[in-house]
Design a protein around this ligand. Structure first.
Ligand SMILES: [Cu+2]
Length: 418
């Protein structure tokens, strides 16, 4: 079986799923999630399985099944591939975000300016969603700092609705909690407030709007992640805070191991450059506002990490917005995974053909789950996944939510190991 044939079949598979999703949603504002799934059943299994059988896979949108199998590209407003690898550290990050780093009172401040706006985003090709978004994007910008820094966020509300920013950090001042009842409360359109939080504990954390009704404000898109990298010097001083062992059980060797792991996690150390780091915020969209999600994804765009068209020589076609996440097989991969889903109780992450180590909340430097291929997260739960494909053949390796419903409605992706 030639690799190019595998790519072609993976493209057909992605297209078939995307075509069904878009057809089911297109021009039918009243469609419910159940109706979408019902149509999946009727459309037949061959295309879904990517077998290229008599009825499936090859239509490419030109057949008589309405728009079944139709494909389209995403607009250029948001690049899900760029988002994966963009970390805003104050030193560096996306151009449209004001950010800087400076010293103040002997402490290091990481300063960011976030503005909430009302905007239209695209959740599947041609499927738009009226979002409320930090900095006009869903998910919001990924903020990345080192443990012990001060995180200062000047928040401006440019939306017609009242919003806040609530951080999932160990925050010592209730005024800075970003809830309606404390400090500045909710901010009305045109108002600003500067939040300040200590970067603690080390881990991958969540930020979101805390206005009421909470499920509406989160589901509309007001969320993002704050990654707090462990400080290796602090790890050396207090290693017991970064693992499950009691202080008396910690040997010098274990301390060195933990320090090395902290350096690998910390963006200010060269060791970190050896790891391919990715941010994935699992989310969903209730496109008809009936209290259930119609579209699922990692980083908003259904099937954006599925397989699109190549030129037949392994190169993605120019303008191809759907392509797998390309991974250097010789380097480890670290995924910062956050579950921002609303309406569904849990979400999950499942890798094909490889097992991984998982760090729940990312607050420890030794895994909380070792050698697993599936983990689940409730809303706001997050964690770090570490995996490698160094002994694998090059090619496509699927990963997805293992609620198969979510996978078929958008949360299905591939790593392309090269
Ligand atoms: Cu809000």
């Amino acid at each position: 079986m030639s690799p190019s044939l595998d790519y072609e079949r993976a493209r057909e598979y992605t297209e078939a799923l995307e075509g069904r999703l878009v057809d089911a949603l297109d021009g039918d504002a009243g469609v419910s999630r159940r109706a979408v799934l019902g149509s999946l059943g009727l459309a037949g299994g061959a295309a879904l399985m990517g077998t290229g059988g008599a009825d499936g896979g090859h239509s490419g949108g030109e057949s008589g099944h309405g728009n079944f199998g139709a494909r389209g590209e995403f607009d250029e407003g948001f690049d899900a591939h760029e988002f994966l690898r963009t970390f805003n550290t104050g030193f560096d990050g996306q151009d449209n975000l004001t950010q800087e780093v400076f010293e103040e009172d002997g402490e290091r401040v990481r300063y960011f300016e976030l503005t909430a706006v009302d905007t239209t985003i695209e959740v599947a090709p041609g499927v738009e969603f009226e979002a409320w978004a930090y900095q006009g994007q869903v998910p919001g910008p990924t903020l990345r700092v080192t443990e012990g820094d001060r995180i200062r966020v000047k928040f401006t509300n440019g939306s017609r609705h009242a919003h806040t920013i609530h951080p999932h950090l160990k925050n010592l001042n209730p005024k800075m909690d970003g809830i309606p009842q404390n400090g500045p409360g909710v901010l009305e359109q045109g108002e600003s407030f500067t939040y300040e939080w200590k970067a603690q504990p080390a881990g991958v954390h969540f930020y979101h709007c805390h206005s009421l009704p909470l499920k509406a404000h989160i589901h509309r898109g007001l969320y993002g992640s704050i990654i707090v990298d462990p400080d290796p010097e602090r790890v050396r001083e207090q290693p017991e805070e970064y693992c499950d062992f009691h202080e008396s059980q910690i040997t010098p060797e274990l301390t060195e191991e933990l320090v090395a792991r902290a350096k690998s996690r910390n963006h200010e150390y060269d060791e970190n450059d050896e790891v391919q780091e990715l941010v994935m915020i699992m989310n969903g969209f209730d496109t008809n506002f009936d209290g259930g999600n119609e579209v699922y994804a990692a980083n908003t765009r259904a099937f954006a990490y599925g397989v699109g068209e190549t030129d037949g020589k392994g190169n993605w076609k120019p303008g191809e917005t759907k392509r797998p996440i390309q991974i250097d097989g010789q380097k480890p991969v670290r995924v910062y995974l956050v579950n921002a889903i609303e309406f569904d109780l849990i979400n999950s992450f499942h890798t094909h053909s490889q097992f991984f180590d998982y760090y729940d909340h990312g607050t420890t430097l030794l895994p909380t789950h070792q050698t697993v291929d599936t983990i689940m997260q409730c809303q706001a739960q997050r964690g770090i996944i570490e995996l490698d494909y160094s002994d694998h053949e090059p090619g496509l390796y699927m990963f997805h939510a293992h609620q198969s419903e979510f996978a078929e409605l958008g949360w299905m992706s591939f790593f392309e190991v090269v």
